[in-house]
Design a binder for this molecule. Structure first.
Ligand SMILES: Nc1ncnc2c1ncn2[C@@H]1O[C@H](COP(=O)(O)OP(=O)(O)O)[C@@H](O)[C@H]1O
Ligand SMILES: [Mg+2]
Length: 255
């Protein structure tokens, strides 16, 4: 499967005179650290910078991008596989010009049952990379043998963690899992729910140091997002936080 991801990347590099998407997997070790909110609002912010963006809900456990958007998807990724639809047929339109593919339950059993499913995915993915500037995979927490294939098919990863030691330890484990399979993977880190810029920055730097020391890898600090009550409020309103409050601390940080 690693070879498949490699060959896809080579194939994409050959097309370098065409537009093709940069793909990023938003990952974490621990659940509930803010991946989906980061992925969604990061996408909307890229759109504000005139990028064409697709958000792909690939949480094998419980996809919830459409819940965060307050929308009901007509088709999901599960339908794409079950009904052999093209990726274009399952793209839904969200707010602010966002295109997304909704997650669905039962993804894991599709992958366990059918060994050709990844080939089908790569065919669809190949079409999508010509259509967008960025494709963002919103992954579930941790990784299974199934979900790691998608992570390895992306160009780079964004690991989301909070300053809590449990979240940091799990993020470290996740990075190790990925680097064992692809040592050259570029990994960015977001420190979410920080109490202050200083404490978030310190936690990010400590994390970077530990990864460098024990995994010999250089993670790229991407940013610090504050603990902000606007996030749960926006989730309850089923509105992305940058659309919910344009001037909140978390929106300012995301920008
Ligand atoms: N920066 C933040 N400030 C306050 N609460 C947050 C923040 N980020 C996430 N949360 C809370 O954590 C919950 C889980 O976020 P979510 O993006 O669904 O996590 P994940 O996708 O990692 O499971 C949100 O519903 C929200 O209540
Ligand atoms: Mg999520």
């Amino acid at each position: 499967m690693h070879d498949q991801a490699e060959s896809l990347r080579r194939h994409m590099q050959k097309k370098n005179n065409l537009r093709y998407a940069k793909t990023l997997s938003v990952i974490s070790g621990k659940g509930g650290v803010g991946k989906s909110n980061v992925a969604l609002n990061f996408c909307l912010q890229l759109i504000n910078h005139d990028k064409k963006v697709l958000l792909f809900d690939l949480d094998f456990g419980m996809g919830n991008v459409d819940i965060l958007l307050g929308l009901h998807a007509n088709k999901t990724i599960v339908d794409m596989f079950n009904e052999k639809l093209s990726a274009c047929e399952v793209i839904e339109r969200g707010p602010g010009g966002l295109d997304y593919i909704a997650g669905g339950s039962g993804l894991n059993s599709i992958f366990k049952a059918d060994s050709n499913v990844m080939d089908y995915f790569f065919k669809q993915y190949d079409q999508l990379i010509d259509m967008y500037d960025y494709i963002i995979f919103d992954m579930g927490a941790g990784a299974t043998e199934e979900s790691i294939r998608f992570i390895l098919a992306s160009d780079e990863c964004i690991v989301v963690t909070t300053p809590e030691p449990t979240s940091i330890t799990d993020a470290y484990g996740m990075i190790k899992f990925i680097l064992t399979r692809r040592p050259s993977m570029t990994i960015h880190a977001v420190m979410n729910r920080s109490r202050s810029v200083k404490s978030g920055y310190d936690a990010l730097m400590r994390f970077k140091k530990v990864v460098f020391q024990f995994l010999n890898a250089d993670i790229q600090p991407m940013g610090i997002l504050p603990e902000d009550k606007n996030v749960p409020e926006a989730v309850i309103r089923q509105t992305p936080f940058i659309l919910y409050n344009d001037a909140s601390p978390v929106t300012e940080a995301m920008k």
